[in-house]
Design a protein around this ligand. Structure first.
Ligand code: SF4
Ligand code: SF4
Ligand code: SF4
Length: 406
């Protein structure tokens, strides 16, 4: 029988393969908490017209200035969601049953919106599950209690480094000890009897990948039940060399990360099955049965509302921005179906153009731009070589599973 350490070693190898696609960083020895990642997904076949989760962007303003942030380079106007827009969001969501999960997040810091506690409370009153992501800097003990009292079910906090230096090197303007203290306070309040959970998000790149093992341990010690690892999408040329992926996982030239069959009778199969027994692990955002090249937002029956009321099919299409995946410049133009302050959210959601787009995404007959050498069509999301027109998704790294949102 394999020892516990040997079983863990198998898992370490799997995780390392996922992250580095074969090039194992020096000294990389992750210790894995009991639950690495429990990626929420629907158990039924996704329907293009169903709305199960709504990402609501309270603001695209933020108190930090992270190296990784798209806000450093984009040309988008900044603002906070008004009461009128949020009223329209709540009103529109009433048309859906069961009440969609409301996830407060997007591009910006939700806790910098002065009305965020009331927003959580009103989403909860709808009967929705309520989640949020924060950079953790504004998460005081008082704020933790107010959020939990308001009905928050799940709080995600970003934690991209485990030493004050490595953390502050990425999260410019933030201090690790303070953020860790804030998350610990949230855990302590949560443990006074609230039915809620904590998750940690780690944005993996060259400058912090050595911190990943310690980040897993830190998350575990902070009481996190979920841990999501995402690659970085470089939004500026100086971030290009931080990327630790190259092309899509189905590149012919790269080894395919594969889990050994868990039910096997051989020693290895038994060891892996034992190691994975308590874990729900996803590979690049997908479980083992799901092919890559699927959109986590459309498959997850999600939509997104921008701070100004613009409704999009997904978080990446909320804003326009340039990025440099695999060193090639790509301009992704936002797609706003309409504004919920001017037209009911449920009416916008069901427009034929939007439903047709979601059907197209579920089929995913887009050109495989994340795996291709590139051409001028891959420089934006206007059209592709399979004659798809705006917005095209073949160059989307969320669909590839490299970039992930909770
Ligand atoms: S905390 Fe998030 S929104 Fe704020 S600067 Fe950092 S990456 Fe951007
Ligand atoms: S594939 Fe990407 S761009 Fe297309 S709908 Fe999904 S997340 Fe949005
Ligand atoms: S659109 Fe261009 S980059 Fe995308 S798959 Fe076709 S040839 Fe390749």
């Amino acid at each position: 029988m394999e020892s516990y350490d040997q079983k863990k070693a198998w898992l370490d190898e799997i995780l390392t393969t996922i992250l580095s696609k074969g090039s194992i960083p020096q000294g990389y020895k992750p210790a894995v908490p009991a639950v690495v990642d429990e990626f929420v997904r629907t158990s039924h076949s996704p329907h293009p017209a169903r709305l199960s989760k709504t990402y609501v962007e309270p603001t695209n303003e933020c108190n930090l200035n992270c190296r990784t942030c798209v806000r450093n380079v984009w040309q988008e106007p900044l603002g906070k969601m008004s009461d009128a827009v949020f009223d329209a969001v709540i009103d529109g969501l009433k048309a859906f049953w069961p009440s969609p999960t409301v996830f407060f997040g997007g591009f910006g810091e939700p806790l910098s919106h002065p009305g965020i506690v009331d927003m959580v409370s009103r989403a909860k009153q709808l009967g929705s599950r309520v989640e949020m992501i924060t950079n953790g800097t504004l998460l005081t003990a008082e704020m933790s209690r107010r959020l939990l009292d308001a009905g928050l079910h799940m709080l995600w906090s970003s934690l991209d480094g485990t030493t004050p230096e490595s953390y502050s090197d990425i999260r410019l303007g933030a201090e690790l000890p303070r953020v860790v203290k804030n998350i610990a306070q949230f855990r302590d309040v949560l443990n006074t009897g609230f039915d809620a959970q904590l998750g940690i998000e780690f944005v993996a790149m060259k400058r912090n990948i050595d911190d990943l093992p310690a980040a897993l341990i830190l998350a575990y010690n902070l009481g996190a039940k979920h841990f999501i690892i995402t690659h970085v999408l470089p939004y500026s040329t100086d971030m290009i060399d931080q990327v630790i992926y190259s092309r899509g996982l189905r590149d012919v030239g790269y080894p395919q990360p594969a889990l050994p069959k868990p039910e096997g009778n051989d020693v290895n199969g038994q060891a892996v099955a034992a190691a994975l027994r308590d874990m729900k692990i996803t590979l690049a955002g997908n479980n083992r049965q799901t092919p890559l090249d699927h959109c986590p937002f459309v498959v997850g029956e999600s939509g997104a509302v921008r701070w100004d009321g613009g409704l999009s099919p997904c978080v990446p299409l909320l804003h326009s921005y340039v990025s440099y995946p695999v060193e090639r410049e790509r301009f992704s133009r936002s797609w706003i179906i309409g504004n919920v302050a001017e037209c009911r959210l449920d009416d916008l959601w069901h427009t034929p153009q939007h439903i047709a787009f979601r059907e197209r995404v579920l089929d995913f007959k887009f050109s495989p731009c994340t795996k291709c050498g590139g051409c001028e069509m891959s420089e934006n999301n206007e059209k592709d070589c399979l004659l798809n027109t705006f917005p095209t998704c073949g160059g989307c790294w969320w669909a590839e599973g490299a970039i992930r949102c909770p």
